[in-house]
Design a protein around this ligand. Structure first.
Ligand code: HEM
Length: 546
């Protein structure tokens, strides 16, 4: 009996150890990028992974390494795996535009996105992704989005009113320091509730709701500075056969349970709206007047070839996806733009001048149209510059579906001193695409690429390689799975920024803004140096304009 137990225990220890050892050897010889230069690996077990996810601010290490090794280099990952890190424009164009689905998301990204969003568009790959994207496209067309403009403007007016009546009532002249990250996600959550499925989260009114509670600090609590065992566990799950790794995802870690809770809660809300919408007796007729994303999706689903229509779980997963992808992203981007304008009062005044001119043109009670916003040159240059310097998804992970050769615009020097203008990779190679570094490449954006300078968009030179969906930036990603909501986000940013900057002036509080850090938590979130226990922070002095 003891013999059987001892042998079983030995097997439990030996089989995974042998597997890990085999993985080390296999990866070392088969998927090696040792011909490329890169930083030394500080640990056999963790490679550079631990220091990368524990850096104080997003991109510090990557920037240092790009300066040292060029726009493509190698880092070591857990268990001896090599990762190819790229910020080279042609390489990114090849991976995202040219190769279509040949560089799917890495296994670990897929595992985490499934926990967060279910079987929705962010998780789907290949043909399934193509089918889901086609079903969602009509809901994000330019004409459809123009109908949301009034919602963006109404919500901004409500926030401005709230600040004037509650936060700033007794401080009309001097203003008051407000943590804007407390407010902006509330307005974007309300906007996404109404635009995605005609649902009132009541976040701006401070109404408690299950989703809001789960979401509070979700990224900071679950993705910020993961402990060593968690890093090893995730790396183990991605390096075993996919079906086994996916099976292990049924036993989520404490952090991952938050993602699952979020996904379940948002699907629960979407389900009630979905049931009401799909129980209408007249089907398509009942949905005709509704312009929210869910109604448009259900309408296109009813007319689609049944083989291509989305099933109920897929529809609900899209809603969970849109709630998350569509609210925190826009709120954070607005936060970073206000931060930059708080530091550069000269630029803020210039934007305000444009707003005043627009106000004179449209009258006191008028609201700008989409083309009015687009006609404000400096205002839009500020938005582009904010998106460039602060891409809130700083890195995307991909994995080669086949053996391949990635071309480079800026050749790199190999370990043996040769110039390389392309990089051969094996099937399964992990590729980490650094959006934050590409967006600051001096070769693309000029010598002052690390500085805030919206003017650069007035003197743009033709780029050798064009990328992304907007302003040659990678902030909304690129290619077949670029952000489907980029036009939505842009219009929402324009409406919120116009409304807030017309009513308020933003400046640094007494403690200044030097301590604000861009903390890596999957998304790039602002926190105060030495005050991480206080959560997400962007304290700005807000003064009502006379
Ligand atoms: C400033 C705001 C935003 C930024 C910076 C942003 C950024 C991104 C990025 C980088 C991706 C690619 C993710 C990946 O490949 O893993 C993405 C995808 C996506 N985004 Fe956005 N996003 C923003 C706003 C929005 C909004 C407002 C919505 C919806 C209302 C939205 C919906 C989506 C969806 C559904 C995808 C998945 C697309 C696909 O895989 O085909 N995003 N976004």
């Amino acid at each position: 009996m003891l013999g059987i137990l001892a042998r079983s225990a030995l097997a439990v220890i030996l089989v995974p150890s042998a597997y890990i050892l085999f993985g080390f050897v296999y990866r070392y010889y088969q998927r090696s990028l040792k011909f490329l230069r890169g930083p030394p690996s500080p640990s056999l077990l963790f490679g550079n992974d631990y220091e990368l996810v524990h850096q104080e601010e997003v991109g510090i290490l990557e920037n240092k390494w790009f300066n040292e090794y060029g726009t493509a280099f190698r880092t070591s990952s857990c268990y001896g795996e090599d990762t190819l890190v790229i910020a080279d424009p042609r390489a990114i164009q090849y991976v995202f535009h040219t190769s279509s689905y040949r560089f799917p998301k890495s296994i670990d990204s897929q595992q985490v996105t499934k926990m967060m969003f279910g079987r929705g568009i962010v998780w789907a790959e290949g043909e399934m992704h193509n089918r889901q994207r086609k079903a969602l496209n009509p809901a994000f067309s330019a004409s459809q989005l123009r109908q949301f403009l009034d919602l963006f403007q109404r919500s901004t007016t409500r926030l401005a009113k709230k600040w004037k009546q509650e936060e700033l009532a007794d401080t009309l002249d001097s203003g008051k320091v407000i943590n804007v990250t407390h407010w902006l996600p509330r307005i974007t959550l309300d906007v996404i509730g109404e635009s995605a499925f005609n649902y009132d989260f009541g976040a701006l009114d401070g109404r408690a709701n299950e989703l809001g509670e789960i979401f509070k600090h979700m990224f900071a609590d679950s993705r910020l500075y993961p402990q060593k065992p968690l890093i090893l566990w995730r790396a183990f799950r991605r390096s075993i056969p996919v079906s086994l790794g996916n099976f292990l995802c049924r036993f989520p870690t404490k952090e991952e349970k938050r993602f699952k809770e979020f996904s379940n809660a948002s699907k629960k809300i979407a389900k009630s709206v979905f049931d009401t919408a799909s129980q209408g007796t007249n089907g398509e007729e009942d949905l005709k007047g509704s312009k929210d994303v869910l109604s448009v999706l259900l309408r296109s689903n009813m007319t689609a070839d049944p083989k291509k229509a989305l099933d109920e779980d897929e529809v609900l997963s899209q809603m969970a996806t849109i709630i998350l992808a569509g609210h925190e992203t826009t709120a954070s981007t607005t936060t970073w733009i206000l931060y930059e304008l708080g530091k550069s009062l000269k630029d803020q005044s210039r934007v305000y001048e444009e707003i005043r001119e627009m106000r004179d043109r449209i009258g006191v009670d008028g609201e700008p149209t989409a083309s009015d916003y687009d006609s404000m040159p400096f205002f839009n240059a500020v938005i582009k510059e904010g998106l460039r310097l602060h891409p809130i998804v700083p890195t995307l992970l991909r994995q080669a579906a086949h053996e391949d050769v990635i071309p480079l615009e800026f050749p790199v020097i190999s370990e043996s001193g040769e110039e390389m203008s392309q990089i051969p990779i094996s099937k399964g190679q992990r590729v980490s695409v650094s959006i934050s570094v590409y967006n600051r490449l001096t070769q693309v954006w000029g010598k002052d690429a690390n500085e805030w300078n919206p003017e650069r968009f007035f003197h743009e030179t033709k780029k050798d390689t064009t990328l992304g969906v907007y302003a040659n930036l990678m902030t909304f990603s690129a290619g077949v799975r670029a952000c489907i909501g980029w036009r939505f986000a842009l219009m929402e940013l324009q409406a919120i920024l116009f409304g807030l900057l017309e009513n308020f002036e933003f400046s640094p509080g007494p403690e200044g803004l030097d301590d604000i850090q861009r903390v890596p938590a999957g998304l790039m979130i602002p926190m105060k140096k030495g005050h991480w226990q206080d959560g997400i922070q962007m304290p700005l002095r807000v003064r009502v304009r006379n």
